[in-house]
Design a protein around this ligand. Structure first.
Ligand SMILES: *Cc1c(COP(=O)(O)O)cnc(C)c1O
Length: 298
């Protein structure tokens, strides 16, 4: 099977839907969600976009298996496992750190899809996790799909949206690969009325802004670095009650690690009056398997 066949299992283009919350109505904003979470229940939104850019570039005849890298709760790992099952491709997941006594639900799901898991030391992981390309008939995909090709695949997110009256677009950032792809698309288009904003979900002053400038020479986006809520994958009372309220009001479930923080940040920017009376789009990048380790926080 090849990439064309996997597309029969995915919802591409993903829907664009308007949602109404008490705070968006009060501020007179039109809030639209790009539903990349609906691309596939397990092949999470932007992780598919990145894989797609990578699959696009390598000739399917040149490899007969995939090797990739991730932490024990990686959305990328499980997206790759499910993609490989659909494409009937053997795959190996190299997992950072010692094998846990009890596998968590993400690792079990990877195995369910047929991925073989190998646990490697943090040192070895650090040394190897950035590999990309074909070696010994295996296609290596770097951790999180974070690469130039992964970045290019993310341009499709915006290519699918009519941006005519959209003033602002918001997306959650971990490595910055997704926003870099979106920014590249905007820079190439004739569009100069739509601004792109990133919400950094990890602690670290300006690190994404610096990274995407260094790696991809992107300076056209604004990254907010103050909405991480305590750090990567950390939750708190405010975030959890916001997610509950948002889900109740819109029927759209957010994940606790990326899109929950994204939407809470947008609400705070609305309260700060940095957004008002305009049409904005937030990218729902998926990540709902993020709840596997966190349902007890609800
Ligand atoms: C990985 C991930 C992101 C972050 O993407 P980057 O390209 O690393 O910035 C955002 N949202 C979800 C749901 C993710 O799984």
């Amino acid at each position: 099977m090849n990439k064309m066949n996997i597309l029969n299992h995915l919802t591409i283009p993903s829907p664009l839907t308007q949602v109404k919350t008490s705070w968006s109505i009060a501020a007179g904003i039109e809030l639209w969600l790009k539903r990349d979470d609906l691309i596939h229940p397990i092949i999470s939104g932007n992780k598919w976009r990145k894989l797609s850019g990578i699959f696009e570039d390598y000739n399917r005849e040149d490899y007969n298996g995939i090797i990739t890298f991730g932490g024990a709760y990686s959305n990328h790992l499980v997206a790759t496992a499910a993609s490989c099952a659909i494409m009937e491709l053997p795959c190996i997941g190299m997992i950072r750190g010692e094998e846990p006594k009890e596998w968590n639900p993400v690792l079990k799901l990877c195995k369910l899809y047929g991925m073989k898991l190998q646990f490697i030391s943090r040192e070895e992981y650090k040394r190897t996790n950035r590999q990309e390309g074909i070696k010994d008939n295996r296609l290596y995909i770097p951790e999180g799909g974070a690469s130039k090709l992964g970045m290019v695949g993310c341009a499709d997110i915006l290519n699918e949206i009519d941006l005519t009256n959209v003033s602002k677009i918001f997306v959650a950032c971990g490595t910055g690969t997704t926003i870099a792809g979106m920014a590249t698309y905007l820079e190439k288009s004739e569009n100069n009325h739509t601004k792109l904003y990133g919400i950094q979900v990890l602690k670290g002053e300006r690190y994404i802004a610096n990274d995407i400038k260094k790696q991809y020479d992107i300076t056209s986006v604004h990254i907010y670095d103050e909405f991480h809520g305590g750090g990567y994958a950390k939750t708190n009372e405010e975030l959890i009650s916001f997610i509950k309220e948002f889900t109740r009001e819109t029927g759209v479930l957010l994940d606790p690690i990326y899109t929950g923080k994204l939407m809470l940040a947008i609400k705070k920017l609305v309260e700060r009056k940095e957004i008002s009376g305009e049409r904005i789009v937030a990218i729902h990048t998926g990540g709902l398997t993020g709840w596997f380790g966190k349902v007890s926080d609800l």
